[in-house]
Design a binder for this molecule. Structure first.
Ligand SMILES: Nc1ncnc2c1ncn2[C@@H]1O[C@H](COP(=O)(O)OS(=O)(=O)O)[C@@H](OP(=O)(O)O)[C@H]1O
Ligand SMILES: Nc1ncnc2c1ncn2[C@@H]1O[C@H](COP(=O)(O)OP(=O)(O)O)[C@@H](O)[C@H]1O
Length: 197
């Protein structure tokens, strides 16, 4: 029987093998509609094409399946971020590039996740998708900014709920000044610089 043309071929060069097993967590923090998810999936496509194992822990999916029942109080957001951090660490230490486009508005929550990774020697990068709230509220992918302005919801991150900006992230992305592809390329360059891609 003929081998289907879609059968994958695997390079066995040492460098490629190493690339495929070096896990890392890349946490994209930023306001709603900042571009975290869009940039994460763009980078994921690029990494997968290079042969990396990749997972995207999408905030909405996680809140549906892993952290259902949690709301948006400070305490619940902290619990959400710690559970996601736990899962990201598990995946990353098993060779997966784990991309996490989750708001994570509080510095102490993010720091706890970083420490968990450091304790186990797992690579961890914090990326601040630093899109100004004015741009985010224009994009308003889910209509949350409009709802907040109309008084239908409250406690929206960056508007009437805190967002503590990372002071020294591994990378700051100004998504309002560059394309999605340029942002993903900057992140990819950082991974390469750190020996992770
Ligand atoms: N009040 C309020 N504040 C902020 N965000 C809100 C809120 N209500 C719903 N959402 C939507 O919930 C999405 C997931 O949030 P996260 O899990 O990333 O948030 S957190 O880290 O736990 O704060 C988050 O997704 P993204 O827009 O992709 O960031 C929001 O769209
Ligand atoms: N340069 C850019 N970088 C990222 N997203 C952008 C950019 N320009 C426009 N967008 C759009 O902004 C929206 C960002 O939404 P999303 O990625 O879901 O944000 P978040 O995950 O931070 O809530 C998407 O509709 C995306 O197409």
């Amino acid at each position: 029987m003929a081998v289907p043309s879609t059968t994958p071929t695997f390079s066995t060069t040492p460098m490629n093998q190493e690339n495929q097993v070096t896990g890392a967590t890349i946490w994209l923090t930023g306001l709603p509609s900042a571009g975290k998810t869009t940039i994460a999936y763009e980078l994921a496509d690029r990494l997968r094409a290079e042969g990396h194992r990749v997972e995207v822990l999408d905030g909405d999916e996680i809140r549906t399946f892993l952290t259902a029942g949690l709301g948006f109080s400070r305490e619940d957001r902290h619990t959400n971020v710690q559970r996601i951090g736990f899962l990201a660490d598990l995946l990353s230490r098993n060779g997966v590039k784990t991309l996490v486009p989750v708001i994570a508005p509080y510095s102490d929550s993010r720091e706890a996740v970083r420490k968990r990774h450091m304790a186990g020697g797992t690579a961890y990068l914090e990326v601040h998708v630093a899109t100004p709230v004015e741009v985010c509220s224009e994009r308003d992918v889910k209509g949350l900014y409009a709802k907040q302005a109309a008084g239908e919801i409250s406690g929206l991150t960056g508007v009437d709920d805190p967002y503590e900006e990372p002071e020294s992230p591994d990378l700051r992305i100004e998504s309002h000044n560059q394309t999605v592809q340029e942002s993903a390329a900057a992140l990819h360059a950082l991974l390469t610089e750190r020996g992770l891609a």
